[in-house]
Design a protein around this ligand. Structure first.
Ligand SMILES: Nc1ncnc2c1ncn2[C@@H]1O[C@H](COP(=O)(O)OP(=O)(O)O)[C@@H](O)[C@H]1O
Ligand SMILES: [Mg+2]
Length: 247
């Protein structure tokens, strides 16, 4: 049976809400149930590549500029393309004069196959690389943490998606509430506002605020490896299950 590749941008115009955490642990969750997953670090900060602690010669920068890249296998069923950090920012400069530069990533990866899912981990600002990633992807997945700025960030990236949709097609597939702490009034308020606005698109599962999730990147581990019995691992198992039901 032919595998239909689904490309998902994990994005929002707000930093520190859990984009990289979501890409890491949802990808790991999907890989653990036998899906083939590719992660692309689209952020010059390189948090995703740091998470997995692998260095590669050729990165997203080289893919964009020279159509050459090292895809590194980081876990069973799980591959990664590093961002190249500062080199990625330099690539943006080099591409800034190119006609229809927004479509470069889509063009470069048009023959990509063998994966069930590709996740692009975006940075919070609207960069050329982010725009390219939104062009490349079919779906948008937005994490929202427990602040009202986080909701604003979701609106901003959705406005960008509307712009992209004049040329390409990207659909909002879901919103995931992260760093949830049901004891706080803020969490209840944000949840109510998000569910009221986006209804069915909001995942039933929320990711609780959990210290193990925060610790895992420093160990270069996924939440399932770092603390398999934690609330974080339980929540990401549920997120993985719900994701598979939705897409
Ligand atoms: N549910 C959570 N509980 C506790 N800490 C979290 C949770 N989700 C993310 N974090 C931590 O919050 C910080 C920001 O998350 P990150 O995924 O890097 O956000 P972004 O990619 O949106 O900038 C990181 O230190 C991360 O480990
Ligand atoms: Mg990040």
């Amino acid at each position: 049976m032919e595998v239909v590749l689904k490309r998902i941008a994990v994005a929002t115009s707000k930093g520190g809400v859990g984009k990289t955490t979501l890409v890491t642990n949802l990808s790991a969750g999907l890989a653990s149930v036998g899906k083939n997953v590719l992660m692309i670090d689209c952020d010059a900060q390189g948090n995703l590549q740091n998470q997995f602690n692998v260095k590669t010669e050729r990165t997203l920068r080289d893919l964009l500029l020279d159509n050459e890249v090292d895809v590194v296998n980081v876990r069973q069923n799980l591959d990664l393309i590093n961002s190249g950090k500062q080199n990625l920012a330099d690539a943006e400069m080099a591409l800034s004069g190119k006609t229809f530069r927004e479509a470069v990533l889509k063009e470069r990866l048009k023959d990509l196959s063998g994966y069930d899912y590709v996740f692009c981990d975006l940075s919070p600002t609207i960069t050329l690389v982010n725009t390219m990633a939104l062009y490349f992807c079919d779906y948008l997945l937005i994490p929202v943490s427990m602040s009202f700025y986080s909701i604003t960030g979701a609106h901003q990236i959705l406005n960008k998606a509307v712009e992209i949709n004049q040329f390409s097609e990207i659909t909002l597939m879901g919103i995931i509430l992260n760093m949830y702490d049901k004891r706080t009034k803020m969490a209840r308020m944000v949840e109510a506002a998000v569910r009221d606005k986006w209804g069915e698109l909001v995942f039933d599962t929320v990711i609780r605020k959990n210290i193990a999730i925060e610790e895992a990147p420093s160990q270069h581990k996924t939440i399932f490896e770092h603390a398999p019995d934690s609330h974080g691992a339980k929540d990401f198992t549920k997120i993985t299950d719900e994701f598979l039901l939705r897409i």
